[in-house]
Design a protein around this ligand. Structure first.
Ligand SMILES: N[C@@H](CCC(=O)N[C@@H](CS)C(=O)NCC(=O)O)C(=O)O
Length: 308
């Protein structure tokens, strides 16, 4: 989605490609994965709010990284609100034009840059499948948030009263498309209730079961032999849930093999994992420890399925 005349005056002055993102955020990882598939590599690192004309150049074949820390709540600042009205990452600026919504950004990159298409071309049967699978993945976006916040952050991700007030103030003029006010309101009051967590876990389990069955015919990727934007989107959900201890290998074996294939792609290693290893290791250590004590996401899924 292109945003014309954003309030932040920096945007029109940015030349080349600038990605506002967070290393550990699945929605930003999708875009970095796609950038790498397009042969574009991470170039200069500048502060997300750097207004330095020398930071604005972009070497050919690279994109400028503007890292927005979700941990330090840099996405809840007036500066960032002037770029991404929904206060989430990612956002992309290309030669002064602002684009938001990760999957729209990927389509935009697919149109602008060469390489194999991530959305199969018009007339290719795989195109419709790719669109449908992408839409299904987008519908489950909030389920990942609910599951990982309860699993990974417990009460740690809560906003204090001042941060809550700030969020309300920043979203006053915006449609709150990501429902952050509702989400943080409930979460700050009572973490995430078990029944909500289980509801989202079951929705994800149902989707992965369908995807697992789709791969039973031996196809390499979701819509055929070539990787598409649907694989990119679902891979990031899978990575996050795998980090949290979701038992993919035993529950959805075809899907697990598909994920190994995706992980072997050089673009996955460079675009997604390069600066995500520390967080990945931390998440895995936590989920292994929980498994040892018979707790965690594996147990959560088991209980949720048993209660149906
Ligand atoms: N529909 C948006 C969703 C973006 C989104 O939810 N981003 C998450 C990270 S994956 C975020 O910034 N969350 C901030 C928060 O929950 O405070 C997109 O696809 O770009």
């Amino acid at each position: 989605m292109r945003i014309d005349n954003p309030p932040n005056g920096l945007v029109p002055r940015l030349q080349g490609l600038h990605l506002f993102h967070f290393d550990g955020a699945p929605c930003a990882q999708r875009v970095r994965f796609a950038l790498a598939e397009k042969g574009l590599s991470r170039g200069r690192e500048v502060a997300y709010d750097a207004d330095d004309p020398h930071a604005n150049g972009c070497d050919a074949g690279t994109w400028t990284s503007r890292h927005v820390s979700l941990v330090r709540k840099e996405h809840f600042t007036p500066f960032y609100a002037g770029i991404q009205p929904n206060l989430v990452v990612p956002a992309l600026v290309h030669d002064g034009q602002l684009h938001i919504e990760s999957m729209d950004i990927i389509r935009y990159l697919d149109d602008c840059f060469g390489g194999e298409p991530l959305l199969p071309r018009e007339g290719d049967a795989a195109r419709q499948e790719t669109v449908a699978l992408t839409e299904e993945g987008e519908r489950l976006h909030r389920s990942i948030r609910f599951v990982t916040f309860r699993w990974g952050l417990g009460r740690l991700g809560r906003l204090n009263a001042a941060e809550e007030a700030n969020l309300h103030a920043l979203l006053k003029q915006a449609p709150d498309a990501e429902q952050l006010i509702d989400f943080y309101g409930d979460y700050d009051a009572d973490a995430i209730p078990l029944r909500v967590y289980e509801h989202h876990l079951l929705a994800l389990h149902a989707a992965f079961s369908r995807l697992d069955a789709r791969l039973a015919d031996g196809r390499v990727f979701l819509a055929g032999d070539a990787i598409t934007m649907a694989d990119v989107l679902w891979a990031m959900k899978t990575l996050r849930l795998d980090e949290c201890g979701y038992p993919f290998a035993t529950t959805h074996p075809n899907w697990w093999r598909w994920f190994q294939r995706v992980q072997q792609r050089p673009a996955f290693r460079s675009g997604v994992m390069e600066r995500h290893r520390r967080m990945n290791t931390l998440f895995r250590a936590k989920s292994r420890l929980e498994s040892l004590f018979g707790r965690g996401l594996r147990r959560g899924l088991h209980d949720a399925l048993a209660a149906v």
